[in-house]
Design a protein around this ligand. Structure first.
Ligand code: HEM
Length: 545
């Protein structure tokens, strides 16, 4: 049929129904208005009216469409949440776009319940879908039985014994970083920051240094070697195929564009051949190709050890991947408990995402805080220089008391992952240890969460809660750990009465790795250099990815 025939047929049909084009347009407009009104009434007034926790207090949204979203994006991470907490108490509600609700709680009992019932409170479907595109279905994404199975096979990789075995790798990178920084400082022609130093910032024997950049290079080298026996040489070479692939993968997935939002809401848009999707697919191909090669090498080593009868205790490599492959191929592991190749590959990208930037951010905050508290830095230097060995044992390093307190205190005030979210799998009643005043003036001691409710877990707010830490909760004071308030025992964190590494069944599996890495790097740097704030006292902005 020709197009003119189609038009004639359509006109004929229209004339038969005696509808003009104007009628149809009016009809379409009318239907759209009714649909929009219906959607509005459902998403805004109806959802507000039927919300089981509508009696909770919370901020009025700035915009009927975006809710409080614009304020949350504009202000430093969790600044609005903290302000609302001070106004409404530790448990409240607020709105985001499309009239959706967020439930907020910094109540230790409620958080403990949420974090210890991960089957009832998994990650949100949208977060999982988004992360799965770049990570694959690794331990950060998996839920339920899959997650339990993966954690079981991964546990030996992150054990104390395994991390102890990685210490030489941490020291190697720490010394390489120290030498690089010393070289940059001593070379009068070398630039160590993206912008030149102002006149007042030129100090005899020192230099303006972009500390985060070099710490980031060191932590990439660490995760490469200790994670999967791969040498990125980030401290030596400006480019590396795998590092570049990860960089573009993580940056494309974290750049918020209108299309990215559309793709997150409606995954079908991911099929569009946009530049973002092309770059991501290319990067995924590279990470898979190199990951598969590393995995095959490890499997070969385990097979060889098996054929030589050396199954248990044989050291085929001290990195996370080697230990994981060995655990996954152990003869006493049931076949249905094993990870598939694609699951093992997903762990490599997961280590890279979860274990690099977090450690670099933590170390950067430590250097910043030390530069602002010279007395603390001097005391720390005194402690580390009193150690005669320049590569102390795991026990000596991890038991340096003042270093431990300083790291705890920085990770309390500046958690690299300041928040996370969970979603109620079914309608649940949540107990509160601190009742809050409802809109009707009555006290609320439990909250009914509807199925699908999104819960904001404010890691940073609980770390600086005055209910937990006392009135000086926001002050930097490493000595507070000499005399902890009993209220800090309620925090359901896996480490140091803090929520920095989360808690419950989905706590950070890498926290021992991270702490040993941070301690080794700090030990080496503080013995040989001093961190100072630039005399011009530049302002900086806190941002969260
Ligand atoms: C200072 C450094 C680090 C901090 C503050 C940190 C923090 C966290 C937090 C808050 C979570 C929970 C995320 C959520 O469920 O929403 C998490 C999970 C995780 N972290 Fe870390 N992390 C750090 C370093 C590392 C390192 C070095 C590794 C690996 C080498 C690692 C591997 C993981 C993995 C695999 C998970 C997912 C665990 C699961 O869901 O079962 N992290 N981390």
């Amino acid at each position: 049929m020709k197009s003119s025939d189609v038009f004639r047929t359509l006109s004929a049909a229209l004339s038969q129904t005696e509808l003009s084009l104007a009628d149809i347009t009016l009809y379409a407009l009318g239907t759209s208005c009714v649909a929009l009104l219906g959607a509005y009434l459902y998403l805004w007034p109806y959802r507000a009216y039927t919300l089981p926790f509508k009696n909770l207090q919370g901020p009025e949204p700035d915009s009927w469409f975006f809710g409080s979203m614009r304020r949350i994006i504009k202000e430093p991470p969790l600044a609005p949440h903290q302000a609302w907490l001070e106004q409404y108490g530790p448990t409240y509600r607020y709105r985001l776009f499309f009239g959706s609700w967020r439930f907020f709680t910094a109540d230790p009992l409620a958080l403990s319940y949420i974090l210890n019932h991960s089957d009832l409170f998994p990650k949100t479907g949208m977060a999982r879908r988004e992360m799965e595109t770049i990570l694959g279905r690794g331990v950060l994404i998996a839920e339920g039985e899959d997650h339990k199975r993966q954690r079981k096979v991964l546990n030996p990789s992150f054990s104390l014994t395994a991390v102890r075995g990685m210490l030489p790798i941490f020291y190697d990178s720490a010394y390489e970083l120290r030498d690089k920084l010393q070289g940059l400082i001593e070379d009068p022609n070398a630039m160590a920051s993206p912008t030149p130093a102002k006149e007042e910032d030129k100090v005899e024997g020192g230099k303006k240094v972009d500390v985060m950049k070099y710490l980031g290079q060191a932590t990439i080298d660490v995760i490469g070697k200790a994670g999967f026996d791969y040498d990125f040489q980030a401290l030596k070479a400006p480019t590396n195929e795998l590092a570049d692939a990860y960089r573009s993968l993580f940056s494309t997935s974290m750049t918020i564009t209108p299309m990215a939002i559309l793709q997150a809401l409606f995954p079908v848009f991911k099929k569009l051949p946009t530049k973002r999707m092309r770059v991501a697919s290319e990067a995924i191909r590279t990470t898979k190709r190199i990951g598969m090669r590393l995995l095959e090498e490890k499997k070969q080593a385990v097979r060889k050890a098996h054929s030589e009868g050396l199954e248990k205790g044989t050291d085929i490599g001290r990195d996370l991947l080697s230990i994981l492959v060995k655990a996954n191929m152990a003869s006493d592991l049931k076949p249905e408990q094993r990870m598939s190749d694609s699951e093992v590959l997903a762990q490599i990208t997961t280590f890279m995402l979860a274990g690099n930037e977090t450690s670099a951010t933590a170390l950067s905050w430590i250097c910043y805080v030390l530069s602002m508290h010279q007395d603390v830095q001097d005391r720390l230097r005194e402690e580390v220089t009193s150690v005669s060995d320049d590569r102390p044992s795991f026990e000596t390093l991890t038991q340096l008391p003042y270093m431990d307190k300083v790291i705890r205190e920085v990770l309390r005030l500046y958690p690299p992952a300041p928040s996370t979210v969970r979603q109620a799998e079914e309608a649940t009643t949540l107990p509160l240890s601190k009742p809050v005043k409802g809109r009707d003036g009555k006290m609320i001691d439990h909250v009914n969460l509807p199925k699908g409710c999104v819960i904001f877990v404010p890691i940073m707010c609980i770390n600086i809660s005055t209910d937990v830490w006392g009135p000086d909760a926001s002050t930097f004071n490493p000595d507070r750990y000499d005399n902890l308030p009993s209220s800090s025992n309620q925090v359901p964190g896996v480490w140091g009465n803090l929520l920095t590494f989360l808690g419950g069944t989905r706590n950070c599996i890498g926290y021992r790795f991270a702490l040993a890495e941070i301690k080794a790097i700090l030990f080496v740097l503080i013995r040989s250099m001093k961190f100072e704030e630039l005399p011009s006292k530049p302002q900086f902005e806190k941002k969260a990815a």
